[in-house]
Design a protein around this ligand. Structure first.
Ligand SMILES: C[S@@+](CC[C@H](N)C(=O)[O-])C[C@H]1O[C@@H](n2cnc3c(N)ncnc32)[C@H](O)[C@@H]1O
Length: 346
């Protein structure tokens, strides 16, 4: 992929993260590549370049607080030359069951599990997941992009199945509230009922539901964008990590791709381990982890709440006007390391 990336002409405003020759020299030694001969006693942190099948056999048991599973979906897709083909529902269910069976011993009894899929993969996910875990919910998020179909409804949604190992688990609902504009402001005794008035508008911080319409798929002008074909947004991962872990908890992603899970875990001060089959994607993950030292903000998450899509101007204005919780007065969201301190932790 890097040769493709190097030769691609991109507009000056294109912020897609790519791997240069220098990046490669600097980042390759950071990848974990050597499979231990005997099982590890303690967890390791970082990016493994390898096959999850081999590594889960040597990773220690009961260390993971959150498993984020974003496997190849049950459709035809090529990941930098590695082709995955659509199978029957039965075959994909069996494959997924095998993945869960292998990873389950690594999870703590209090762990949460999130499994991603499109509508077709979802049938298999429910069946396989309910064999191993308590299935608690199915989140459906609106996928803005996507080609229209001539003889079918355009596919504009994806699912994330939320499961836990037991009835004892972390769920920080206050950490994942969604800030919505109030359309019909209702007052009691002249005072706002459950909403806030500000110079930028009227808002209400609402409880998160299982329909997410505020997710933007990374695209060329976003600083988190890479050429990975199925990159998840940092905002999506932030919701899951903030809801289902506390600081220093361990987050594991055995299908890491471009590294979104590890990057967000790092930004939110969690521990992390990711496994990825493709070296280019591993390097992208490491480059993003490096960048996370400078840019600790997460697009769409500011002032301790998640914001509806297309509200960057309002978010910036709040900080410019000093109305955020302890604003630093800086109005350029992507370069405000101090914004991180505004994240409302559990
Ligand atoms: C759906 S993508 C994950 C995207 C990721 N969530 C992101 O935000 O970039 C699935 C990834 O799993 C990787 N993969 C497939 N089989 C694998 C295996 N056996 N071990 C590790 N990674 C694998 C693919 O190369 C691909 O990058």
């Amino acid at each position: 992929m890097s040769s493709v990336q190097l030769s691609k002409q991109r507009s000056p405003r294109n912020r897609t993260i790519t791997i240069t020759k220098d990046d490669r020299i600097r980042l390759l030694p950071k990848l974990i590549t050597e499979l231990p001969k005997s099982p590890l006693k303690s967890m390791i942190q970082g990016t493994i370049h390898g096959d999850y099948n081999e590594w889960v056999r040597v990773l220690p048991f009961h260390k993971v607080d959150l498993l984020f599973l974003d496997p190849p979906y049950n459709l035809d897709k090529t990941f930098n030359g590695n082709r995955f083909s659509r199978q029957s529902v039965e075959a994909y269910t069996k494959w997924l069951d095998g993945v869960l069976e292998k990873i389950k011993p690594l999870l703590k009894p209090t762990a949460s599990i999130y499994i991603c899929g499109d509508w077709f993969s979802s049938t298999s996910i429910f069946e396989a997941a309910s064999k191993h875990f308590i299935v608690r919910n199915r989140i459906t998020w609106e996928r803005e992009k996507g080609r229209g179909a001539k003889s079918n409804w355009k596919n504009s949604s994806e699912d994330i199945w939320f499961c836990t190992m037991s009835d004892e688990y972390t769920f920080n609902v206050e950490a994942v509230k969604l800030r919505r504009k109030v359309i019909a402001p209702y007052k009691v005794d002249g005072k706002p009922k459950d909403w806030q008035e500000s110079a930028e508008g009227n808002y209400r911080d609402t409880h998160p539901s299982n329909i997410w319409t505020d997710i933007t798929i990374p695209f060329w002008s976003m600083p988190e964008n890479t050429d990975h074909p199925t990159q998840k947004s940092e905002k999506l991962l932030a919701k899951i990590i903030l809801a289902s872990t506390n600081q220093n908890d361990f987050v594991f992603d055995p299908f890491l791709g471009s590294g979104t899970t590890s990057v967000v875990a790092k930004k939110l001060q969690r521990q992390y381990l990711g496994i990825e089959l493709d070296q280019e994607y591993c390097l992208l993950a490491e480059k993003r982890l490096e960048l996370a030292d400078e840019i600790r903000t997460i697009q769409g998450f500011a002032d301790g709440v998640f914001w509806e899509r297309n509200t960057l101007a309002e978010q910036q204005s709040i900080f410019k006007n000093g109305n955020g919780n302890g604003s630093n007065g800086n109005n350029h969201q992507d370069s405000i390391p101090d914004l991180f301190s505004l994240i409302r932790h559990e």
